[in-house]
Design a protein around this ligand. Sequence first.
Ligand SMILES: [Zn+2]
Length: 122
Amino acid sequence: MSYTFKRKCYMQKARNIGVDVKMPTRECDSNLCPFHGTLPVHGRIIEGYVVSDKMTGAVVIRRDYLYKIKKYDRYERRHGKISAKLPACLDVKQGDIVRAMETRPLARNVSFVVIEKVDAKH
Ligand SMILES: [Zn+2]
């Protein structure tokens, strides 16, 4: 890591999380934030759209995928839902497409954290 790079990170006051994502424009003072806190990110990165933002500090992400039925050589549509922590510095609403990365378990069913808004609701 070069000196200038380190200095840039310091100026932004946001941590480099090691993944190529857009940095949040706002700052938050939460400890459970990969950019401004100490929340570690590692493992899988998922992408999906937000079906619910009703939880405080977390969203539900839905992923649609195709599953191949060998016998008929066709695909059926399946989906899965994943709950993810939403840092206060990211503006994410229901319908947005987001990218989330694996983190340590934060609740019974939360072990992902939103790291980027890919696309806003149209
Ligand atoms: Zn933050």
